[in-house]
Write a protein that binds this ligand. Structure first.
Ligand code: GAL
Length: 669
């Protein structure tokens, strides 16, 4: 889990962190002074500097120009603004790719990706590694002990994938570690299929573009390797920083449910977990998706406070049609992250760029300058975050776990499966949403987690599961846990091979049921189901042919070949209960089912009852946050007299929340 340093070295004496990416290299020096003055006026206390400054620091191979950065850091230090200093290795200068084309990434078709954008590096290139580490070493030596240096920011949003020959060599080395010899590899990859047997390691390559469906285990291992190869590079940079500046925490900015990188493997390698989050205003479920993402980020750090390092004050520039955020939305989204464990709220970026690909991306200081509605909102928000200082460091305790696993995600969504309509992000959101609506706190966990502290564990999908993890889930229920398992789980082993026998083979005992056919449903027709009392509900997309083996069918399919067959089962076993959901119930039905499972587990939400629709309720330490994401005024009963930390006003009985309003209620002693 996250290392010992945590966020407290940052929040001590500062309270919650507020700021953004600061790219002074895009501006003449006289602007820097204005920047720092405006930052102070806005309550900014942390800025991320240097993310894309490699070409400025090293204008030609081996040269160093730190003068400008000395002056920037000096100005910030004088203003008491802490710096999250980036290793600028996410965007190498053109000279690197020009002189050493092998540092540039190659796509699956063998095409080299050129400079002119960013991220143009091969994680396995020895030249890239050497040049990056030389620069990181000098950067660390230069700023070790600098009063502004509070946090290291390694690279940026790691996710680059490369299929070149260097990557192929590194992939082979990785495969030898995993599978031992070629026999092990051939066995794991199932190469008797389609004449794919390898007779020499030199034949083994990344999944490059091929005439038809590529071996799914080759792709699964490749996904594992790509995440590990990036992690190895991150570690190399981090180790240089740790050696030269012990005591300065290290982070790298994550991207929530980002498929290519297994953050369960990464997070323990950081001192502080941080995340970048850009919810889409056009997505009606974005408040739920945001809550899920924030819970994931907190959980990656083992529940410790984390940091929202990037978000947009209003519109981004990289969707085809970029909706702005209405007044008050910036505050609502920022406080949502704080309520879910972020020890601050930072943005991309401080000052809007005049040029470059992000010239239309929102910032804390827009092109129109400080005399604007947006900047006024930014300043007001900076001021109010200071009133929440006591929240820093507080935990968000949860009794419900939701399982998420990257390798299972990769394996599930591989080509050539029964239906591509079943995806991990959709299943996670569907099962998470009813918990969010009831104000039930949730931790995300990997399948190997110790679940003993959780009364309810929800597994929206676990297509791939190891024998050990399946046994642990079984033991969890035997020992009194309540388990809910979504469809098409327990299907494959860690090599992605289908487990034979009635499914889900390794979970059959605990679920008290088993199946024999997966039956995707026509998309233009609902799947008709009914609860045991006959009340109908609809599901969609997916059905399974199951039989109960000790479990009680709590809902059945009511039409077609499956009429009368179980759709949802509940199995009381040992001291606990296990639920299996063999279809995708519509939201209200899943909410009903979730309510019953919560009752089985004896878990309730942050309030005495569910909050009104659209209102999010979450407790962080002693503080109850209520956030109105709805479009109408909401009235929320609160049982204990409390003070709203944001306004200092007293709440007693009922709190009235206008649309986009937030209160942070601390009980009165
Ligand atoms: C992030 C990135 C930033 C900026 C931002 C724009 O992906 O880290 O540098 O590009 O997106 O939304």
């Amino acid at each position: 889990m996250a290392g010992p340093l945590g966020t407290h070295t940052l929040t001590a004496g500062r309270g919650l962190l507020f700021g953004g990416d600061y790219n002074p290299e895009q501006w003449p020096e006289h602007v820097w002074e204005e920047d720092v003055e405006l930052m102070r006026a806005a309550g900014v206390n942390l800025v991320t500097v240097g993310v894309f400054s490699w070409a400025r620091i090293e204008p030609e191979p081996g040269a160093r120009d730190f003068g400008w950065l000395d002056r920037v850091l000096g100005l910030l230090a004088d203003a008491g603004i802490a710096v999250d200093l980036a290793t600028p290795t996410a965007s190498p200068p053109p000279w690197l790719g020009h002189r050493w084309p092998g540092t540039l990434p190659v796509d699956e078709s063998g095409h080299r990706l050129w400079y002119g954008a960013r991220n143009q590096f091969c994680p396995s290139s020895p030249v890239y590694r050497e040049r990056a580490l030389a620069l990181v070493t000098d950067l660390a030596d230069r700023y070790a002990g600098h009063p502004a240096l509070a946090l290291w920011h390694v690279g940026n949003e790691y996710g680059q994938i490369c299929h070149c020959d260097d990557s192929a060599a590194a992939f082979r080395a990785w495969l030898r570690e995993r599978h031992g010899d070629l026999d092990g590899l051939n066995e794991a990859w199932g190469t008797t299929f389609w004449s794919q047997r390898y007779s020499d390691w030199a034949e083994v390559i990344p999944p490059r573009r091929a005439p038809y469906l590529i071996n799914p285990t080759q792709k699964l291992d490749w996904a594992r390797f790509c995440s590990d190869a990036l992690l190895e590079h991150y570690r190399a940079e981090r180790d240089v920083l740790r050696e030269r500046t012990p005591g300065v925490p290290v982070t790298t900015n994550f991207m929530g449910l980002f498929k290519p990188v297994d953050y369960w493997q990464w997070a323990p390698e950081e001192d502080i977990v941080s995340n970048d989050w850009y919810p889409d205003p056009a997505d009606p479920l974005f408040p739920v998706r945001s809550a899920l993402t924030h819970d994931l980020t907190r959980s990656l750090g083992g529940g410790r406070p984390w940091l929202l390092l990037e978000q947009a004050t209003t519109a981004v520039n990289w969707r085809p049609h970029n909706l702005p955020k209405p007044a008050g939305q910036l505050r609502l989204e920022s406080l949502q992250a704080v309520a879910r464990g972020s020890d601050g709220s930072c943005y991309f970026q401080w000052r809007a760029s005049r040029f470059g690909a992000e010239r239309f991306h929102a910032a804390m200081l827009p092109h129109a300058g400080p005399d604007t509605r947006l900047h006024a909102e930014v300043r007001a928000h900076g001021a109010e975050l200071r009133r929440l200082s006591e929240v820093a460091g507080q935990p968000v305790p949860a009794r419900v776990a939701v399982v998420h696993d990257w390798p299972s995600w990769w394996a599930l969504e591989e080509a050539g499966r029964p239906s591509d309509r079943l995806t991990v992000p959709d299943q996670l959101l569907s099962f998470y949403r009813p918990l969010w609506e009831r104000g039930v706190a949730v931790d995300l966990v990997p399948p190997s987690a110790d679940l003993s502290g959780y009364a309810l564990t929800v597994v929206p999908n676990l297509y791939l599961v190891s024998d050990e993890d399946a046994a642990a889930l079984t033991a969890y229920v035997r020992d009194g846990g309540v388990l809910v398992v979504g469809p098409f789980s327990g299907v494959a082993d860690p090599n992605g091979h289908i487990r034979t026998g009635r499914f889900p083979a390794p979970l059959r005992d605990v679920l008290g049921a088993s199946g024999e056919e997966w039956l995707p449903a026509p998309e233009d027709r609902p799947v008709r189901c009914a609860w045991a009392d006959g009340t109908p509900f609809d599901a969609r997309t997916w059905t399974e042919l199951l039989r109960a083996e000790g479990a009680e069918p709590v809902a059945v399919f009511t039409e077609g070949d499956l009429a009368g067959r179980p759709a949802v089962l509940r199995h009381r076993t040992g001291a606990g209960a296990a639920w299996y959901v063999a279809t995708l119930p519509e939201h209200d039905a899943l909410a009903e089912l979730t309510g019953r499972a919560l009752a089985d587990a004896g878990v309730s939400g942050a309030l005495a009852g569910p909050p009104p629709p659209g209102v999010e309720a979450v407790r962080r330490g002693p503080v109850l946050f209520l956030l109105n994401h709805g479009t109408t005024e909401a009235r929320v009963p609160v049982t204990e007299p409390a003070e709203d930390l944001l306004t200092g006003s007293r709440a007693d009985g009922t709190v009235t929340l206008a649309p986009r309003a937030v209160v942070a209620l601390r009980p009165l002693a």
